[in-house]
Design a protein around this ligand. Structure first.
Ligand code: ADP
Length: 289
C-alpha cells in the first residue's frame, strides 16, 4: 500500500433538510439536520484510506469549534494532519446547505475566513516517503510553485491534479501533472458538450480523464487515444455527492496498482458507481478492493 499526500481544503457542510424551500424572510423548521466534512482533496483521501493506503492531508485548519467535526472525521479515516498549518483566528470553510426534500435541490451559502495552504508551508514537508501526490486545481500560482519545486527534488514521484472549476490561469497546471482529472463542470464551462470533444481539444501530452456523471468517464491516453468506461449503476441510487472525488481516488489507486489506462477508468467508474449506492463516503460495507 502507498503513502499518499493530498494538498487542498477541508470544509464543514451543515445540511438542513426542509419540506420546501422557504420564502424570503420566512421562518421554517428543518425536518432534520446533519453535519459532515467535505472538501475534494480530503474526500479523495478518505476513499484512498479505505482502500488501504496511508494518507496525509496538507491544508489549513483554523482553531475554532467547527474544525472539531473535520478533525474527528479525518481521524476516523486515519488521515494524518501533521503537515497542516493551524491558525488561531478565522473560520473553517463552511457550506450552509438547504436541501429541499421535494425537489432534491441544494441551495448553498458558503462562508470562509481561511487562507490557502501556500508554497512556503509546502516546502516544510518531508516528501521522501511519499509514493503519490495529489493537488486540487486551486490557488494556482502557489500550486504551480509546489509542483515545480517537488519535481526538481523528486522527479520520479508522480502527481495527479484535479481540475474541477475554471479559475484564472489554471491551464498553467496542465503541463505539470502526470495525470489530469477533469470534471464535466470544467469541460462544460469551456463550451464542450461531451468529454471526447473536450479531451481532443487539449494540446498536452498528459494522461487526462474527464468524468461525465451517469455516462461514465473518458480518458485521453498519453499517446492521444480516447478511451471510455460506462458508469456502473448501483441497485439503488442513494447519494451522488462526492462521486467525482471517489472516481479520482479510484484512478489514483489503479495507477498505483500498475493498472493500464483502460483498467484505471473502468475501476474508477465501478468504485464511484458503488459509492452512489451508499450514503456518504464510507465504503466499508462494500468490501470493494
Ligand atoms: P461530480 O461528483 O464531480 O459531479 P460526476 O457526476 O461526473 O462527478 O461523477 C463521477 C463518476 O461517478 C462518473 O464518472 C460515474 O462513474 C460515477 N457516477 C456519477 N453519477 C452516477 C450515477 N447516477 N450512476 C452511476 N455512476 C455514477
Amino acid at each position: 500500500m502507498a503513502n499518499i499526500l493530498a494538498v487542498g481544503i477541508a470544509t464543514l457542510d451543515i445540511i438542513n433538510t426542509v419540506q420546501q424551500f422557504p420564502q424570503e424572510d420566512a421562518e421554517v423548521r428543518a425536518l432534520s439536520q446533519h453535519q459532515s466534512r467535505g472538501g475534494n482533496a480530503t474526500n479523495t483521501l478518505s476513499i484512498l484510506s479505505q482502500l488501504g493506503h496511508h494518507c496525509a492531508w496538507a491544508g489549513v485548519l483554523i482553531d475554532e469549534p467547527d474544525s472539531i467535526v473535520i478533525k474527528q472525521d479525518l481521524a476516523k479515516h486515519h488521515i494524518n494532519i501533521s503537515n497542516c498549518s493551524v491558525l488561531k483566528y478565522g473560520k473553517m470553510p463552511t457550506s450552509y446547505i438547504t436541501l429541499n426534500q421535494q425537489t432534491g435541490s441544494r441551495t448553498i451559502v458558503h462562508h470562509r475566513d481561511c487562507p490557502e495552504f501556500d508554497f512556503a508551508q509546502f516546502k516544510q514537508i518531508d516528501l521522501q516517503h511519499y509514493d503519490w501526490l495529489h493537488f486540487e486545481g486551486r490557488n494556482i500560482s502557489e500550486t504551480c510553485m509546489m509542483v515545480k519545486y517537488y519535481k526538481q527534488q523528486y522527479p520520479q514521484l508522480p502527481c495527479s491534479i484535479e481540475i474541477e472549476k475554471p479559475r484564472d490561469g489554471i491551464e498553467q497546471l496542465f503541463e505539470l501533472a502526470d495525470i489530469l482529472l477533469f470534471s464535466k463542470h470544467y469541460a462544460e464551462s469551456k463550451g464542450f458538450e461531451n468529454a471526447t470533444a473536450f479531451l481532443e481539444s487539449l494540446s498536452i501530452n498528459v494522461t487526462a480523464s474527464c468524468a461525465w456523471g451517469e455516462l461514465g468517464a473518458w480518458l485521453k491516453t498519453a499517446d492521444k487515444q480516447i478511451i471510455h468506461s460506462p458508469a456502473f449503476s448501483p441497485k439503488q441510487l442513494i447519494d451522488t455527492l462526492g462521486a467525482g472525488d471517489t472516481f479520482n481516488a479510484g484512478m489514483i489507486h489503479s495507477f498505483l496498482s500498475n493498472h493500464n489506462e483502460q483498467q484505471a477508468i473502468n475501476y474508477a467508474c465501478q468504485l464511484a458507481g458503488h459509492k452512489c449506492g451508499h450514503p456518504g463516503l464510507t465504503l466499508s460495507q462494500l468490501e470493494f478492493n
